[in-house]
Design a protein around this ligand. Structure first.
Ligand code: GRF
Length: 218
């Protein structure tokens, strides 16, 4: 079987993993509710942070949501097992990381190969990797004197911010830009390209071959 076959399912049953505000989650949920993404549903939201705004977003949209954190479990294995059980119980076939601050366990990456997406607030492969999150990313972009930044939707593999790139959108870094203003500009385009990437997967338009070459056909 080709890897790409597994991406083509009739309905994306999505689990969203989130740790923070949940603005990307909101953008995705609204795109589904407004019919911009068809053949997709968020089945469950999982957060490692009990205070995550993402849990309130789930609540507002009547999506089942769970707080699961490592501290609640005796071992990494039992923690990962609990997450896997939620995925199985909700028949999840696709995962989106929407501001998720933890590394996804390799067993989950393997089970959902090419079916886990992340969004990163920079133009990968630049300005990614461990420790590159939040304002640190935008500080680094400005410090490097970049003329452009942007957002990247990519497949999640075993390394931080490393997997196959699906969509990228650029914006200009203005003179006098601060990390805060840049973060705001980038977040706005995140809210456009993340739902768009999910729509492409939901439509079966994305093929990833054995060499990780992406083809988008619509
Ligand atoms: C976004 O900037 C995203 O790129 C990064 O985490 C942030 C999440 O924001 N991975 P939100 O929780 O979706 O508002």
């Amino acid at each position: 079987m080709f890897l790409s076959d597994s991406i083509h399912v009739s309905m994306l049953k999505i689990a969203a993993f989130a740790s923070g505000k949940g603005s990307n989650l909101t953008a995705i949920v609204e795109a589904i509710e407004h019919g911009k993404i068809q053949n997709a549903r968020i089945e469950v939201v999982i957060s490692n942070n009990s205070h995550a705004g993402a849990l309130a977003v789930a609540d507002k949209h009547q999506i089942p949501a769970l707080h699961l954190s490592r501290q609640q479990f005796e071992s990494d294995e039992s923690y990962t097992g609990a997450i896997q059980k939620v995925l199985t119980d909700h028949a999840v076939n696709f995962i989106v990381l929407a501001g998720y601050m933890k590394k996804v366990d390799p067993s989950i990456v393997r089970a959902y190969r090419n079916r886990i997406l992340n969004i990163h607030p920079a133009l990968l492969p630049k300005f990614g990797g461990a420790g590159m999150y939040g304002l640190r990313v935008h500080e680094a972009v400005i410090a490097a004197g970049e003329k452009q930044s942007g957002a990247t939707v990519h497949v999640v593999d075993e390394e931080y911010d490393h997997g196959t790139i699906i969509l990228q959108r650029k914006i200009d870094v203005a003179a006098g830009e601060t990390p805060e203003t840049l973060a705001e500009k980038v977040l706005r385009i995140e809210h456009e390209i993340y739902p768009e990437a999910i729509r492409l997967f939901a439509n079966g338009a994305v093929t990833i071959d054995h060499y990780n070459t992406v083809t988008i056909a619509e």
